[in-house]
Ligand binder design. Structure first.
Ligand SMILES: [Zn+2]
Length: 451
């Protein structure tokens, strides 16, 4: 992600920090009143301003000409700290494994008075990643800090810090920014670089950054590189690999109709034009959330179908960070969403035991197929969802299940899924049946593109 704009627009004073009013006010007052303590811990998600605040504080306490708690930005201390060249200010990033040596002799060096600054500052980014020895060195110093020492610790994961460190720091929890808080800054940056985005683009960038201003500025820069001075919404979607609002609307109509196969066709279409399943899942989760919130505000109640959709999209978004096939995961998720919204259409419940005639237009569906689906559904929804896109035939004591896609056939072949199908077949047709899994002809191409 682009970093040049972010570095250029990084806040240099407390007043320039976007959001985080509680931390900004408290720190600025502490500087103004000369009551800055020995150790601060900044926690919060990535890109919310933890190290920016630490650097502003490092300058503010050492500035030769501070104004109302703000660093001047012009004195030798401000300039040197800004450049990362001041002898009394040590910055290290524990996550990249640097700074082990700095930590080793920290305990000796911290005792010496600073050379030209008022406070000797250690800024440690991702402090939870420090080695035990290094964390111990900090801890020992925190127990009896020399009066000139100032520790500014930053972490995205405070739960991994020892309680002894937490208890010795004054803590500021930075929060994710709301999109509207980021929009003004993004618009100013865009104006500064001569960019005139299509209406809605800046707001969409703010939403996609999920609360991190650094990511938002990075995305703006990427879009600038990718699309030039007049970026459009379509270009932003293309860059991110997500889906457009009209595509989201179309899918939501398909879901409301409980059309599982329509979902697969929709996913094929958007992936065909280059969308990334992971980004698609994220966009859908955001859109479903916005839709649900709007409905709650309008009606005062939560629609259980859409709540289930949101939960499913949320969990597939979380899962997609791990291994596995994100497209298959999203596909199954969409089946389940269709089922959640419109269970009546998605799951016909035939009278038990009565062999049904094949549905019109589906002559290959043998009598009993719908009942088989109902039995499978009762046992395992995941297997049932897989079978939604398949066609079945039962004759001569062989049940043949033909999937539209090789990946579905592969998934259905898992032993635990086969066991569910075997039991359901036995429930419907009795013992002695064999199950064969196949893939519809002409699906090889789709199968190849889904990996
Ligand atoms: Zn200064």
């Amino acid at each position: 992600m682009g970093q040049a704009l972010y570095r250029e627009w990084r806040p240099a004073t407390f007043a320039q920090v976007v959001g985080q009013a509680h931390a900004v006010t408290a720190l600025r007052n502490a500087v103004r009143q000369g009551r800055v303590s020995h150790a601060y811990l900044f926690t919060g998600p990535r890109g919310t301003g933890k190290t920016s605040l630490a650097k502003i504080l490092a300058r503010a306490v050492n500035c030769l000409d501070p104004r109302d708690g703000e660093p001047c930005g012009a004195c030798v201390n401000c300039v040197e700290i800004q450049r990362g060249a001041h002898l009394d200010v040590t910055e290290l990033d524990a996550a990249s494994n640097r700074g082990i040596e700095q930590m080793r002799d920290l305990r000796e060096k911290i005792r010496y008075a600073p050379t030209s600054a008022a406070r000797k500052v250690y800024i440690v980014d991702e402090v939870h990643a420090l080695t035990a020895d290094a964390a111990n060195a900090i801890l020992k110093t925190l127990e009896e800090p020399p009066p000139h020492a100032l520790f500014l610790l930053c972490t995205t994961d405070p739960d991994r810090l020892p309680e002894t460190v937490l208890s010795r720091c004054q803590r500021f929890a930075l929060r994710r920014l709301k999109p509207e808080e980021m929009v003004e800054r993004l618009e100013r940056i865009a104006a500064d670089i001569g960019m005139v985005p299509e209406p809605g683009v800046v707001a969409a960038i703010a939403v996609r950054a999920e609360g991190g201003l650094r990511d938002a500025i990075g995305l703006l820069e990427q879009l600038w590189t990718f699309a030039g001075d007049r970026p459009t919404m379509a270009q932003l979607v293309e860059l991110q690999g997500g889906v457009r609002q009209d595509e989201v609307d179309r899918l939501f109509e398909i879901l409301e109709a409980g059309d599982g196969r329509g979902c697969v066709r929709w996913l094929d279409d958007v992936c065909e034009r280059g969308a990334e399943p992971r980004e698609v899942a994220r966009d859908l989760a955001r859109a479903a959330r916005a839709r649900m919130r709007a409905a709650v505000e309008r009606t005062g109640r939560v629609d259980p179908g859409w709540l289930a959709v949101l939960e499913r999209l949320q969990s597939v978004t979380a899962d997609s960070r791990g291994a596995g096939d994100p497209r298959l995961a999203l596909e199954l998720c969409l089946y389940r969403c269709a089922e959640a919204i419109s269970p009546a259409q998605a799951a016909p419940a035939p009278p038990a035991g009565e062999p049904r005639a094949a549905a019109a237009g589906e002559p290959e569906r043998a009598g009993g197929w719908n009942e088989l689906l109902a039995r499978v559904r009762a046992r395992d929804r995941r297997v049932w969802a897989l079978l939604q896109g398949a066609r079945g035939r039962a004759e001569d004591r062989v049940v043949e299940i033909v999937f539209a896609f090789p990946a579905h056939r592969e998934e259905a072949g898992r032993p635990e899924f086969m066991a569910v199908m075997r039991q359901a077949v036995q429930d419907v047709w009795g013992e002695g049946w064999t199950i064969r899994l196949g893939v519809a002809p002409g699906s090889a191409k789709e199968g190849a593109t889904r990996r």
